[in-house]
Structure formats: C-alpha cells, structure tokens
Design a binder for this molecule. Structure first.
Ligand code: T4K
Length: 402
C-alpha cells in the first residue's frame, strides 16, 4: 500500500515541476489477488496430478462454478475473451457484416475482423455508454448476419430492444460481456442473453485467471460446437475432428486462479462497492463532471469507476485532467480513446473514414477511468479525488499553464 506524502495545493502539483504527491504509481487495472494459501495448495494439487491443460479437473470445476453463478446451462472456458468472441462468431456461422458498438475496447471489433467479418460501427447511448438500439436498425443491410453488444462497465445493454431487432430481422445476437461478470438486469444475471455471451478474466478484470475467458450459452448444440472448436475441432472421440477449430483452451493454472478468485468474489465486490461509494461522495456533485452511476438495485461488480469531464463547464479538457493525475503518479486511463472508427485498421478504411458518431466521439474525449479494486487504499482514493477537484476547480488556470 502506498502512503500519500501530502494533500497538495494547486501550486504543489507535479505539473508545475514539483515532486508527485504519490510515492508509488496508482494504476487502473491492478489485479485482485485471491487467498494465496488456497491458490498455492491448488497449484500443488495440479502439479501432483500432472494434468496441466485440456479439460483438466480444475478447468471443469471452474466451468461448473461459473455456470452456477451465472445461472446458465453451459460455461465454456477459453484462453481469453478475444478468442471466445472469434469462436462464437464461427460457431454461429456468421457471414458478412456484424453490428458492434464503436465505443468499446478494440477486441470487440478486432475479433470479428480477424476472421473476415466486417464490423459495422454503431453509436452509443449517452447515459449507459452501450450500443444505442435506436440506431441499430438503420445499419442493417442484406449482408448483416448478427448484432454484438458490449455490456460496458458491467452495465447491461438494452437486451430486450436488441432481442426484438434480432427477431424482426432474423439476426443472431451475442454479447461481449468482458466487464460484466456478476452483474444483472431485472435481477437476471448477464450470461444467458442472446445466443451467447463472452466474459473476460484478464488480469485487469475484477475476477481474473491471469488470462482467460468464458463463453456462456443455454443452447446445447452451440455449446458443443464452441467447446469443440476451442480444441482444434476434436469432438470427444480420440483423433476425430468434426469442425474447423483453433487452440483456445484454458490452462489448468488459469482455472486454479479463476476458481480461487471466485471464492474471494464477495470480498472483492465489497471493496469495490466501498471504493465506488467513496468516489461518488467526493465527485458525485462536482460541477462539469458526470459521475457514472451503477444501478445499486441490481447485482453489480462495481469494478469500474468512470467519470466524464465536460470541458465547456470545467475549462479543462479530459486529457489535461489525466495529465495532472498522471504527473502525480495516478495513472488514470482514457478508455476508450479514440473510438474504433478513429483507429487502425478502421480509420483508413473508406467504410469507416467518414463516419460521424457524435456520442462515441464525445465519450472518447470525456471519459476517465479511475483506480479501484483491492490494491487501492481509502487514502489514495481521497487523494485522487482531491487532485481531480483541484484540476476541475482551477481548470482554466491549469489549462493556461500546460
Ligand atoms: N471486450 C472488452 C470490452 C474488453 O474490455 C476486453 C479487454 C476484451 C473484450 C478482451 O478481453 P481479453 O481477450 O483480454 O480477455 C487492458 C486489457 O489488456 C484488456 O484485457 C481489457 N479489456 C482492456 C480494457 O484493458 P490495456 O492495453 O490497457 O492493458 P494493460 O496491460 O496496459 O493493463 C492496464 C493497466 O493495468 C496497466 O496500466 C497496469 C495494470 N496492470 C496490468 C496487468 C496486465 C497491472 O497492474 N498488472 C497486470 O498484471 O488493455
């Protein structure tokens, strides 16, 4: 744990050449580490068993536990969520175009493009930051085969509206649920919506398996295809391959970490909830800053603390606020900037070059993610909020100094 040196005044800020207030760096995405004794005990069991990958006992136990928590029939472990998205698209037999949000992590679109599909970029809802269902229908063409929504920050997409559009146009529907483990909508856990959903257990996610992911579905046939495609297309009969496949198996060491992390889940959520409440109390009413609120009536992992800086009100841009924070060793992140249509390979592709997506562009200019999770202390959050408040209250002055 780091100890803040002092509570800086405006003139103390590192941006003016002073020493940073934080001795050590504060990161967004610091991994949550579960009970080490249990972890090492399981690693020893794994080593003793000499079963390190390919449907080992820990992988199977991890899948069963994820399916129980998410209330789904099938949970299929993967090397990571990006491969999970690729395999779902293959297993659904997608062709042509898939409608995805422009405001998301690049993996959502890259996974589709990587396998020869064309991501068609849709603008975002200004409140939830998720794909705006009102704009989806206008993007449907005869080449469209599916819609893929992202439940950003653990906030569910409008699953009913998207399902209605999917039914009306006979499209497949799946979700990038990378952020949304242990989140619900109308008290129904995310995991069972659409044809399939894909979760990430990357180190930076609230539950991690070092690297890892899981695909969930209630469709038996789809689950069988996805399960087989992640191991080269083998389908249970030795040496017999049924489909085109790849290698996306979750190694046992990841399943061990995942299982142990799941046991710590209530504690991690409690810490995240406390962090979120502390940030909300300090920043919730700050003029020119929108604090992104999670729905406390639903299950939520509270992993992401998100603010939007409105430069017209604060007189300081989001990027300058981030620079002030980073100079103080608070490594806040500008997720996700620029929008997908402004980054390669999409930006130089004529199909995207002239896209104007006003909500996405605003979010890409205004959103900051703040450090949270079990590695961040109460004092560090207080200091981070103090820095943001200083930057925003003295926005015009600070802007002139940079
Ligand atoms: N869909 C969505 C919506 C996603 O957000 C993601 C991943 C995916 C799909 C794909 O899931 P996976 O295929 O990864 O399972 C990071 C993560 O690499 C990425 O997994 C995540 N989203 C994305 C939002 O953030 P970067 O490029 O910012 O990662 P990185 O490695 O710079 O880590 C971010 C910060 O976390 C670092 O500044 C420091 C800290 N960190 C990171 C690692 C790995 C640690 O303190 N310790 C660590 O071990 O993309």
């Amino acid at each position: 744990m780091t100890t803040p040196l002092h509570k800086p005044t405006l003139n103390d800020l590192a941006i003016f050449g002073n020493a940073p207030a934080f001795r050590d760096k504060l990161y967004v995405g610091r991994p949550n580490i579960p009970d080490r004794d249990k972890l090492f005990e399981r690693i020893n069991t794994m080593l003793d068993s000499r079963w390190l990958s390919n449907q080992g006992p820990f992988e199977q136990a991890f899948e069963r536990r994820c399916a129980e928590i998410l209330g789904v029939k099938h949970a299929i472990a993967m090397t990571n969520a990006t491969l999970g998205l690729e395999i779902v698209a293959h297993a659904l037999g997608l062709t042509g175009e898939v409608i995805v949000p422009a405001y998301t992590f690049v993996a959502t679109a890259h996974a589709l493009r990587w396998i020869g599909l064309t991501p068609v970029l849709c603008d975002a809802d200004p409140v939830t930051h998720n794909i705006d269902p009102n704009q989806v229908e206008a993007l449907i063409t005869p080449r469209t085969s599916a819609i893929c929504g992202t439940h950003l920050w653990g906030t569910p997409c409008d699953v009913d509206a998207l399902a209605a559009i999917g039914r009306k146009h006979n499209l497949r529907l799946f979700y990038d649920a990378a952020h949304a483990f242990a989140c619900s909508t109308r008290q129904v856990p995310i995991g069972g919506f659409g044809d399939a959903e894909v979760f990430s257990f990357h180190a930076t996610k609230f539950i991690n398996s070092f690297e890892g992911g899981i695909v969930t579905t209630n469709d038996d046939g789809l689950a069988e295809r996805i399960g087989n495609m992640r191991r080269f297309g083998f389908h249970g009969i030795p040496d017999s391959v049924k489909y085109l496949g790849t290698n996306a198996k979750m190694p046992e060491i990841s399943a061990v970490m995942g299982l142990t992390s799941l046991e710590s889940m209530p504690d991690i959520i409690a810490v995240n909830r406390r962090n979120y409440a502390q940030y909300e109390a300090a920043l919730g009413e700050l003029d020119g800053v929108r604090f992104y609120r999670h729905n406390a009536q639903e299950q939520h992992n509270f992993q992401y603390v998100v603010i939007e800086v409105n430069e017209a009100v604060t007189g300081i841009s989001r990027d300058k606020v981030v620079r002030v924070l980073q100079a103080e060793n608070v490594l806040a992140r500008r997720y996700f900037a620029p929008g997908l249509h402004r980054m390669e390979p999409y930006a130089s592709d004529p199909r995207y070059a002239n896209l104007h997506l006003p909500v996405t562009e605003r979010l890409c200019n205004e959103v900051i993610l703040l450090p949270s999770g079990t590695a961040v202390s109460e004092a560090e959050i207080a200091e981070t909020c103090h820095l943001i408040t200083l930057a925003v209250e003295h926005g015009r002055e600070l802007s002139g100094r940079q």
